[in-house]
Design a binder for this molecule. Structure first.
Ligand code: PMP
Length: 305
């Protein structure tokens, strides 16, 4: 059965969910988006995703025609119409239809669409074995050009890095920032553990500030781990005890080889698995319910006394 898509105020079958060839999202990558997940009948950290979306839009001077409250309702209703409780959600706002020049002031109104579907993940064995990655020549965008904190529709910077990884026979790339410090992967943030300390690049280090990243920082703190948001180099990564990537789709995925160097023991250690299970536990709590009537009596049930 085909999906039901939200598009500009209507719920339509996927065949009818079409965008104009004059939409500047397509012509120029002019727009913003979010990748969100639902777990066990709840949308994980939806408030944070919406905040990032509205902040990205503000930064590119795109006025989203719906309030965050209405946008939340759109997402929940799209999930309901597709009968989904565990899902990947793609929410996109484009600049809308304009002419063939790039001037956004000539665009009529932004297009808004929401796709909800089942999740495509890395194979489960990679969570046990870990990924092999390389660092690539293409640096992450300059903050002063397109700030990577804007989750924009223009992903060419990351796509070039992905192509470089693929050419080298690896599935993922680690991107450095223009100063040569480690930034992030093409669609994930990066962490390393060294001597019991958890390190990740700070938000100004040419990265997208990931929602999963922030959750992992919180969880590590709860475990009593020291967490540092600090710049580090490839040399630091090669000599880390553990490295892993974080993102909405991947959750936490271990990295066991970088540029041919084996990381730590070459396999994910117990601390990684503990953080991954803490994260999976966290996805069960909080976040708005999709089908509230199915949660009667559960913790967080809106009707519970
Ligand atoms: N960095 C980039 C470039 C990304 O595209 C993503 C995921 N969309 C992330 C990091 C991870 O962010 P999140 O945890 O919010 O999915």
């Amino acid at each position: 059965m085909g999906l039901t898509i939200y598009l500009n105020g209507k719920f339509v079958p996927e065949e009818e969910a079409v965008i104009s060839v004059f939409d500047h999202g397509l012509l120029y990558g002019d727009g913003v988006f979010e990748g969100i997940r639902a777990y066990h009948n709840r949308v994980f950290r939806l408030g944070e995703h919406l905040q990032r979306l509205y902040q990205s839009a503000k930064s590119i001077m795109l006025t989203i025609p719906l309030s965050p409250e209405k946008m939340q309702e759109v997402i929940l209703e799209t999930l309901r119409r597709n009968n989904l409780r565990d899902a990947y959600i793609r929410l996109v706002i484009t600049r809308g239809i304009g002419d063939l020049g790039l001037d956004p002031s000539k665009c009529s109104e932004p297009a808004v669409f929401c796709i909800t579907s089942s999740i495509q993940l890395y194979p489960e064995e990679l969570y046990a074995k870990g990924l092999e990655v390389i660092t690539v020549p293409t640096p992450r965008n300059y903050n002063e050009a397109v700030n990577p904190r804007i989750k924009s529709l223009n992903y060419l910077n990351n796509i070039l890095a992905k192509i470089e990884a693929n050419l080298a026979g690896t599935m993922e790339a680690i991107m450095l920032n223009p100063q040569g410090y480690v930034a992030e992967a093409t669609g994930d943030n990066i962490f390393m553990i060294k001597g019991g300390v958890l390190l990740t690049p700070p938000s100004y280090a040419n990265i997208l500030e990931g929602i999963t990243r922030n959750a992992v920082i919180e969880l590590a703190g709860r475990r009593g781990l020291e967490v540092k948001e600090e710049l580090f180099t490839r040399h630091d990564l090669y000599n880390a005890d553990q490295v892993f990537l974080t993102g909405t789709a991947a959750e936490l995925i271990p990295v066991i080889k970088i540029d041919g160097r084996v990381i730590g023991s070459g396999k994910p250690e117990p601390l990684f698995h503990e953080l991954l299970s803490d994260f999976r536990e966290l996805t069960r709590t909080g976040g708005p319910l999709i089908f509230p009537e199915e949660a009667r009596g559960e913790e967080g049930d809106p009707d519970a006394q």
